[in-house]
Design a protein around this ligand. Sequence first.
Ligand code: DGJ
Length: 746
Amino acid sequence: MVTISRLENYFVLTNQKISYILEILPDGTPAHVYFGKCLPHIDLQQLQYICRREGKSAGTIKVYKGSSFSLADQMLEYPVYGTTSFQSPALMISVNQSPLYLNLSLQDYEIHAACHNEQPEAMPHCRFDEHAKTLVLHLMDETWKIGVDLLYTLTDDSAMVIRQTKVTNHGEQSIQIDKAASGALNVGGSDWDLVHFEGSWARERQQVRQNLVQGQVDVQSLYGSSSHQSNPYTVLTRTGAREDQEDAYGVNLVYSSSFLNEAMVNEFDATRLVSGIHPLTFAWTLRPGQTFTTPEMMMGYSDQGMDGLSRVFSRFIRDFILNPRFAYRHRPIVLNSWEAVYFELNEDNLYSLAKKAARAGIECFVVDDGWFGKRDTDTTSLGDWFVDESKFPHGLDAFASKVRKLGMEFGLWFEPEMINEESELYRQHPDWVLRPPKGRISYGRSQLVLDFANPQVVEAVYQMMKPIIEKTGLSYLKWDMNRDITEAWSSYLDRHGISQMELFHRYILGVYSLYEKIQRDFPEVLIEGCAGGGGRFDPGILYYSSQIWVSDNTDGFDRLKIQYATSMGYPLSCLSNHIAEIPSHQTGRLIGTEFRKDVAFFGILGYEINLERKQDLDEEQIRLQIETYRQMEPAILHGDLYHLRSPFHSNQPAWAIADKEDLYVGVYRILSDLQSVPTASLRLPFVQKEENHLPKEWICNDQRLTSALLAQMGLRLPSSNNGTNQKSAQMVGDFQSCLIHLKAVR
Ligand code: DGJ
């Protein structure tokens, strides 16, 4: 149960897992006191004892003349620009380029059911249930009549606090919001490592860890998407701690555009992470009476390091972000045409593939890029969402029916936000493109970006997509987005006298509104998110797309790293993984079927191969793989993931997924290593931990094993070649793997 109480100048928010405590300072500013394990019996005396201030912080500017009170040494819940705290603020407001020095103090507060949190239209948000409660602190600046509401929501059972901020102009003149972060996470002490996920196209979410010292580190995207290069999921973990030990805090944003997470350590040894929309490409005009609502910020806690944190975030995303229609539902196993045929598709070669796919037990046949306009290369036709009849002379709807007759669902690729100059849409509406009236324009994959800040453009794109969805009866839609936004200038905003600084935010609201339209009219269509691979992997997209194509890199080894790191902040049931051909189309590497399978199984399985070509796996093998995966799928959808050995640090990475009935352990050996111990075992400490509610006994290959044994001594691994046992060893050579199944004894 969530309880939120006020004890004089303290607010205490508690659920079964955590407590979050804040204090209202003498000037009415909310300051942070505590976030961590539940403190069930905290009372006023204890709070006063722990918060008692003695002496003054030297060298600081004071709030009042003659007093020792400064904001500089406080852990501020929502720091404002230009106060006695000099760290990067969460809020900056100006009028005619002149900053306002706000004095936000608590005026009032309310506690209500979280389901009453109003969202602006088409803004992804947590789908709170009736148990979740929100504390709203109403802060007010009396000089400028600016109200700032700080929202804190707790659910019954998650070690998570959801923050959101609303800025309202109660004054009589327009103001400009130059920065409005969603919130700030404060943690005591400066002994923290920052873990973030950086990368590039085909190399998304490479895990980076760096020690924080006094100063600031920014994790950010300026790409107009959450990006390949970074990710809004950012973690603070104790300096040098193991991945599964000690306190860890994580933040994420329910947002898909440019973001900024600022991690800072000040001279008082306090660490703060301010997170929100990137202020460099954002400013928002607020007319009298208007409110701006920030994206929601997730703040999670675990005492089991970032591995424990991954379960906090995964469960929360499954329960409160994903569309409940799909969250725990079986997802179709697809065969995607992209790596099979690229642009060389027509109804005949696709149908031959489809027949083989159906025989192999594939459940959904997806026609990727190339089916529309005159799209024979990536230089043309984006925006022309009508069927290329030279490739489908009998129509795409007829092709879709033939696929369904084979017993499969039908899926289709779109890239709704983009346009090629070589297209009918561009010839009709050149002004629908983001581009300044003069000067430079840049190209990515020969394409330009449509002005999704213009509702007419969004509606026009939808009106092209709708008949295709209807006629083909598709049940799976892959939504791609293959370039970042440059020269962000909208003629629509110009015509309407709206500042171009609002473009990036309005653009992503346009993207969300298209998602809303599709889901309103076609609620049963599963939309897979994609952005040239995993360039927009964030909770904002996950609100609409219950699964996202993790990366364009389908090489088994690279994928293991990308998936392992992605799973640090996201549930496996959101990771769309396809088994692809060898040599890998991206790396040229030759990695065997077993390894590729054992990687792809940790997520939503699919295939990206041309069964007409000679492969290292045939229809029968695929059928068997699918059968095995089917057994594992409940654990993927409902289970908890445990990170055991990181592919970023170990030659023998390992992870395990467990639900109440089954435990699957994936063990990999990247390079052949003659130091291998012939009788290696892998300890599974998590099986014995009370809070994981796992059984006390398991069966593995007819062998009964207690959780105590698995935790203390370990699970026996297949023997590895150590140089003298090559003939008898089970793991010989590079890129070896095994997937071990343990069944619960209840
Ligand atoms: C990028 C995607 O990530 C690929 O899977 C594929 O759909 C191509 N785009 C098609 O152009």
